[in-house]
Design a protein around this ligand. Structure first.
Ligand code: PEP
Ligand code: MN
Length: 360
């Protein structure tokens, strides 16, 4: 009997049931039923080559033979990584997450821009048009702000969410905005196209679980000092609740370097891509904390293979209530967008084995 030992401590050996390429929906449904009858939760992960079904909720050994005898099953295998559903072992093909109708993780890079905080109707609409005019797809802007000081501006809250919805109606951009706690998650979910979980909340496990029960995509930012495994395990919380639409975001980590607010750790982009099917984007604004560093690091992020960027842009950065010193002027944002797209297109063309167009 092929016993799969799963202790639950390290989460090392859950079962992944791999279906034959030809397996039909009834065979897949039968495996899911079997998993549920054992008291576990099935997660169907469709792929280009084959469908796999991940099992979570098992706190004891799972007998692989229980599944291997079912029709349509190729094998039931252990997953060697502590995370399961985010792992490429479970789903070899890249996940493309749709936000407000725009793909993140597809062939083209996705550009999200906007102010740190929503401050007023004029400010958010001007920001939205700056993003739209630069060819961006998504508008960012915090309505709930996680601030170091309790006395600092905390965001316009529901009023801010309403203004974001207004900006979407005017421009067609998708809306990304932060949810800072379980209590206000419902409201954010109602207005936004994608709920952001910020660096300070990356290991807020109840918030992660709530995001996992959402029907909206989630942008999960890397914690201030989190390792790759901690980052992926945080995403695993969201997927384990049934929400597979997760975008990861590198936003810099705290180091001894004092020339910048954070150290943008671009090497995590290929590291994530090797281990996980989830798309990863980069935030060069919080990653550097200084306006003049944002553009070069955005270029580097795209060259490193990031699926997109999230960048702070403000119509009047000197007057910004939060993060003005790292917010771009609209014309700087447009230049960033143009150059990043040029790099992204060049790489995409080369990878498709077409010769790039060189301009002398
Ligand atoms: C933000 O996006 O404005 C923000 C607070 O980001 P982070 O959580 O990465 O600090
Ligand atoms: Mn900010």
């Amino acid at each position: 009997m092929a016993l799969v030992d799963y202790t639950g401590n390290e989460g090392r050996i859950p079962v992944l049931v791999v279906m034959r390429a030809q397996a039909g929906p009834e065979e897949i449904a039968r495996v899911c039923k079997k998993i549920e009858s054992l008291g576990f939760r099935p997660h169907i992960m469709p792929g280009a080559e084959r469908t796999a079904i991940g099992i979570t909720g098992n706190h004891g050994p799972v007998d692989a033979a229980e599944f291997e005898d079912l029709p349509g099953v190729t094998e039931a295998i252990p997953v060697s990584k502590p995370y399961k559903l985010v792992s490429r072992e479970v789903k070899p093909d890249n996940t493309v997450v749709m936000v407000g109708g725009f793909p993140v993780g597809g062939r083209e890079m996705t550009l999200c821009g906007g102010p740190c905080s929503v401050e007023s109707r004029e400010q958010i609409l001007a920001s939205a048009w700056a993003v739209k005019d630069a060819g961006g797809q998504l508008l960012r802007g915090g309505a709930y702000k996680p601030r170091t000081s309790p006395y600092a501006f905390q965001g316009l809250q529901e009023e801010g969410l309403k203004l974001l919805a207004e900006a979407r109606a005017e421009t067609g951009l998708g809306i990304v905005t932060e949810a800072i706690d379980v209590e206000t998650f419902d409201l954010v979910e109602e207005y936004a196209d994608c709920a952001q979980i910020g660096a300070r909340n990356m290991q807020n496990f109840s918030l992660l679980r709530r995001a996992g029960r959402s029907r909206k995509p989630v942008l999960l930012k890397r914690g201030m000092s989190s390792t790759l495994d901690e980052f992926l395990m945080a995403a695993e919380y969201i997927l384990s609740e049934g929400n597979y639409q997760v975008i990861l975001c590198e936003r810099g980590v705290r180091t001894f370097a004092d020339h910048s607010r954070n150290t943008l750790d671009l090497s995590i982009v290929p590291a994530v891509q090797k281990l996980s099917h989830l798309p990863i984007i980069v935030d060069p604004s919080h990653g550097t904390g200084k306006r003049d560093r944002v553009h070069p690091m955005a270029l580097a992020a795209v060259a490193a293979g990031a699926s997109g960027l999230i960048v702070e842009v403000h119509p009047n950065p000197e007057k910004a209530l939060t993060d003005g010193y790292q917010s771009l002027y609209p014309d700087q944002f447009r230049e960033l967008a143009d150059e990043c797209r040029a790099i992204s297109d060049l790489l995409a063309r080369r990878r498709e084995n077409k010769s790039p167009v060189y301009v002398n």
